[in-house]
Design a protein around this ligand. Structure first.
Ligand SMILES: [Zn+2]
Length: 459
């Protein structure tokens, strides 16, 4: 009897080992089911939420991974992946669903690398920004799908040409002086954008995202800002010209991390094109205006690159497993890049958090700001930097910091009040006089008891 049982269990185990992982295309209902399935399998480290609806009323779902879902933990960076913005470019959508299943499964298996990632990072995964376009493309099927069928949203608009154009302002500022960061939205921006774009803009303004990738198809290359060339049109002719950001070296590194961890992107020759190292400045390839990655960089603290992942925009189902294996390591390594550079707290002399303090790095004309919790994140390559924090009504604070290739550098910038709020000079020794400021000991305590919160459903 026990022999029979043993055979039975071995057969069961064998079946489990050889049972094929299902790689398939997911229509909208299937996508929603898969997100909730992952959430049900990993309820303590995930949350499903929607940032809004498409033109046809489909939800723009996000699956969040964190050890405290729904909560921003100070000093834990927020990172995002967005797929399927062009409805007919479907590989990113499928890879992000695979990634969600992978993170959940490996966390449950105790994979230390994934446990560390989930415990130290808040990861937001949006498999589809254009669910309406996807349905149009999927109805055609992989083999007969036209090159552009389903690319746009249901109003026929290309969502990656639909963000407010902030490049025009920044290129003007470069010539005439003015900021390169946190450029304001135009007054009438809502009337100029599609529902999907508006939802994404609200989303990226409501989280302090640090790093992001936007997944596309039709080529195999990691593309970094700017997408819009400095001289976008000269006498009606589109110009392409390498148009680097002040963070060009960092963006090249981020793009290379993906291309070199990818199975074949770094080889350069793909889909009949050649890109050295498998990366390219967006504008030097072809200039596009009102794209999402430039908007992220110019309006928020978020550094976004665009990943072109497959020659075939709608690969056949049989290709999906190979694509997943080619991208899996790259998708994880890119997320890990958010822990590079410096981060810290900006505090006043009473250790209150200071939001929207400006963090400047000398030699790089692109500032970031602290988030609602007073924490800031500045991605930087290894090197020594002079970093200054400023906030209205406070004395600037400058520190010199060396960033190594490994762990993030923690810099706590204490703000000191120079003047009382009414602007009068304080008497010597008064609370508002300058005082020495001690760096905080940064032991993080959970805002709420473990696993008891964060399962709110925003639909
Ligand atoms: Zn695309």
């Amino acid at each position: 009897m026990s022999g029979l049982l043993s055979v039975f269990f071995h057969l069961l185990l064998l079946f489990k080992l050889v049972a094929p992982v299902t790689f398939r295309h997911h229509r909208y209902d299937d996508l929603v089911r898969t997100l909730y399935k992952v959430h049900n399998e990993c309820p303590y480290i995930t949350r499903v939420y929607s940032i809004g609806r498409s033109v046809k009323g489909r939800h723009l779902y996000v699956l969040e991974f964190s050890d405290y879902p729904g909560i921003h933990e100070p000093l834990e960076p927020e990172v995002k992946y967005v797929g399927n913005m062009h409805g007919n470019e479907v590989l990113g959508r499928e890879l992000l669903l695979q990634l969600a299943e992978f993170l959940c499964e490996e966390f449950r298996n105790g994979n230390q690398r994934i446990v560390r990632l989930v415990e130290g990072t808040r990861v937001h995964i949006m498999p589809s920004m254009n669910p309406d376009g996807y349905e149009v493309a999927a109805a055609q099927g992989a083999d007969i799908s036209g090159y552009l069928v389903g690319r746009n949203n249901a109003n026929g608009v290309d969502l990656n040409r639909n963000f407010p154009d902030l490049n025009t302002y920044v290129y003007y500022n470069e010539k005439h002086g003015g900021p390169n960061h946190h450029l304001p939205l135009p007054d009438n921006w809502k009337s100029q954008v599609e529902p999907e774009t508006e939802a994404v803009i609200h989303w990226i303004r409501s989280f302090n995202f640090v790093l992001s990738a936007n997944l596309h198809g039709g080529a195999v290359v990691a593309n970094y800002p700017y997408d819009k060339s400095l001289e976008h049109r000269v006498r009606g002719v589109r110009r392409t010209a390498n148009t680097p950001t002040p963070d060009d070296k960092l963006f090249q590194k981020l793009a290379k991390v993906y291309s070199y961890a990818h199975g074949w992107m770094h080889q350069g020759w793909n889909c009949g094109d050649y890109f050295p190292d498998g990366i390219t400045n967006g504008a030097s390839w072809y200039s596009l205006s009102k794209g999402m990655q430039d908007f992220n960089y110019l309006h928020t603290n978020c550094f976004e690159i665009t990943l072109e992942l497959s020659c075939d925009k709608f690969p056949r189902q049989e290709e999906l497993q190979r694509e997943w294996l080619g991208n899996r390591e790259a998708l994880i390594q890119f997320l890990e890049q958010v822990h590079q550079g410096i981060k810290g707290m900006v505090l006043d002399e009473n250790y209150n958090n200071l939001a929207e303090a400006v963090i400047s790095v000398s030699g790089i004309n692109h500032d970031v700001t602290s988030g609602d919790h007073g924490d800031y994140f500045r991605l930087l390559l290894p090197g020594t930097y002079t970093v200054t924090a400023t906030a209205p009504g406070f004395d600037p604070e400058t520190v010199t910091v060396t960033v190594g290739p490994g762990e993030p550098k923690l810099v706590t910038l204490c703000r000191q009040l120079g003047l009382p709020p009414d602007g009068t000079l304080p008497p010597p020794g008064a609370p508002y006089a300058r005082q020495s400021c001690f760096p905080l000991t940064l032991t993080k305590e959970p805002a709420t008891p473990r696993y008891s919160a964060g399962h709110s459903w925003l639909l």
